[in-house]
Design a protein around this ligand. Structure first.
Ligand code: NAP
Length: 480
């Protein structure tokens, strides 16, 4: 893939970083070096912010219809280039190319949805206290947005921020994850083809600490939108207090997946396979603790294991279900969690090993793993896993399982399967999560507000709520 451009995109121009340092990029499926990318730093971030700041007055005053047309054009271009974008993603991130294409198209849908929503950023007229008064509420774009994105969804985590930000009339600077810069570059190539005015969207690849610090210190940045780990999110939130910048955070999760005794077990097993092994378990909304009622544990496990046997693992460029993990650190974390669980008495039902033979020899592969007898003292019960491990815990009643499900500082996604309406309503009320899948294990829909509570973040992405995060209110009290 020598045709991949690897530069920064600032003020409508592809450009080298100030520093001549470059960082090597590796294919997680093979361990081979793909290319090198520039190491942008503080000065590059500053130039990008400057460009976004200069572009803001014109872009924010563009007619909504006009912004809508740009967004729609970007959607069309992403769809037309979906195969190419998917291959780039698989190369650097590892997920199977079919899954990568699904992400690219889902990511494109944010541009389609917000191309429509751009035209519906309505204000309000509020009944006034006097007959000679009108109270008007108008909505304004916040200003320059700095977006920081992770490697697990290299395309859609950018589009889920940019589409609503641009629809609102904000201008943006994006810093993608160092593991997946090429997907970001490929998207910016599309923004350029779409003719987005210069400075409206800028891309800075490189040193996270330096770029992040410039985002935090530069008064021209009015909003930080971050998707990534809770630790980094907390740091950004704390540092943003100095200038009272607006902050949206989509952070880690630790999803419970509950199977009640009356559930449709085939649907639950199918849902769990999809949810747990999507992106090889490297998803913030992946099931991390699987609670199964004791009366159906054996039957459910048989169904789950039968489906697990059909999973194929390998280089995502081939027709496989699951690719490699992103890098050695991710693999080591999975190994540590599994070993800790086994040391503390969990039972290994399947997997539990690194795959090292044949085509797996140079990549980061770990066998899909099932553990039973998982208890609260194990790291896997306490921490996000981010890998292909399914830890099972049995429960005997509703109260007990809700207590265990909520026993975490995270509150992103949760799931439960039941056929009973009263159970559905009671459990949905009591789960402390921003999103709940009920007899359903997929949650990412463009029209729905994606996001978490507790230490999983603040703000929502997607749907009409997603654009709110990029808008301010201005109230006019008119006396006449
Ligand atoms: P991460 O280590 O927090 O990194 C995320 C991004 O932040 C990367 O671009 C990273 O760059 C950057 N970063 C790190 N330190 C920074 C700093 N001081 N200033 C500015 N930027 C900084 O997370 P990750 O490992 O890439 O992603 C996995 C995590 O994301 C998981 O916890 C997952 O649950 C979460 N996630 C959440 C959602 C959601 O919607 N809630 C979606 C996807 C992922 P460097 O790598 O160069 O440091």
């Amino acid at each position: 893939m020598t045709d991949i451009r690897n530069q920064l995109f600032i003020n409508g121009t592809w450009t080298e970083a100030q520093s001549s340092l470059r960082s090597a990029l590796f294919n997680p499926a093979t361990g081979e070096q793909i290319t090198t990318v520039p190491m942008g730093g503080r000065e590059d971030a500053q130039s990008a912010i400057e460009a976004a700041y200069d572009a803001f007055p014109a872009w924010s005053q563009t007619a909504a219809e006009e912004r809508s047309v740009y967004l729609r054009r970007i959607y069309d271009l992403i769809v037309a280039n979906a195969d190419h974008l998917a291959e780039i993603m698989t190369l650097e991130q590892g997920k199977p190319v079919k899954e990568a294409k699904g992400e690219v198209l889902w990511g494109a849908d944010f541009f389609l949805w917000y191309s429509e929503e751009a035209k519906r950023i309505n204000g309000e007229i509020i009944p006034s206290s006097r007959t000679t008064q009108r109270i008007l509420v108008q909505r304004y774009p916040i200003g320059v947005v700095a977006a920081i994105t992770p490697w697990n969804f290299p395309s859609s985590m950018i589009t889920r921020k940019l589409a609503p930000a641009l629809a609102a009339g904000c201008t943006v600077v994006v810093k993608p994850a160092p593991e997946t810069p090429l997907s970001a570059i490929a998207l910016f190539d599309i923004f350029a083809q779409a003719g987005l005015p210069q400075g409206v969207a800028n891309l800075v690849i490189g040193n996270a600490q330096e770029i992040g610090q410039e985002f935090l210190d530069n008064e021209k940045v009015r909003k930080i939108s971050f998707t990534g780990s809770t630790a980094v999110g907390k740091y950004l939130l704390e540092q943003s207090a100095k200038q009272v910048k607006k902050v949206s955070l989509e952070l880690g999760g630790h999803a419970p997946f509950i199977v009640f005794a009356d559930a449709d077990l085939d649907a639950a097993a199918e849902g769990l396979i999809y949810n747990k092994f999507q992106n090889n378990g490297q998803t913030c909304i992946c099931a991390n603790r699987i609670f199964v009622h004791e009366s159906i544990q054996a039957e459910f496990m048989d169904k789950f294991i039968a489906k697990l046997k059909d999973i194929t693992i390998g280089n995502g460029m081939r027709d496989v279900n699951v690719g490699p993990l992103i890098h050695e650190r991710a693999l080591a974390k999975v190994e540590d969690q599994v070993q800790d669980a086994l040391d503390k008495g969990a039972k290994l039902i399947s997997g539990g090993v690194r795959l090292t033979e044949g085509e797996y020899a140079t990549g980061c592969y770990y066998a899909p793993t099932v553990l039973t007898g998982v208890t609260r003292d194990m790291h896997i019960f306490q921490e996000e896993t981010f890998g292909p491990v399914a830890p099972f815990i049995t429960f005997s009643n509703e109260e007990e399982v809700i207590r265990m499900a909520n026993d975490t500082p995270y509150g992103l996604a949760s799931y439960f399967y039941t056929r009973d309406l009263a159970t559905t309503m009671r459990v949905a009320d009591k789960l402390e999560y921003g999103m709940i899948g009920i007899n359903e294990s997929a949650l990412g829909y463009v029209q729905a507000p994606f996001g978490g509570v507790k230490q999983s973040g603040t703000g929502r992405e997607g749907g009409q709520h997603g654009v709110d995060d990029f808008l301010e209110y201005k109230y006019l009290n008119i006396n006449f």
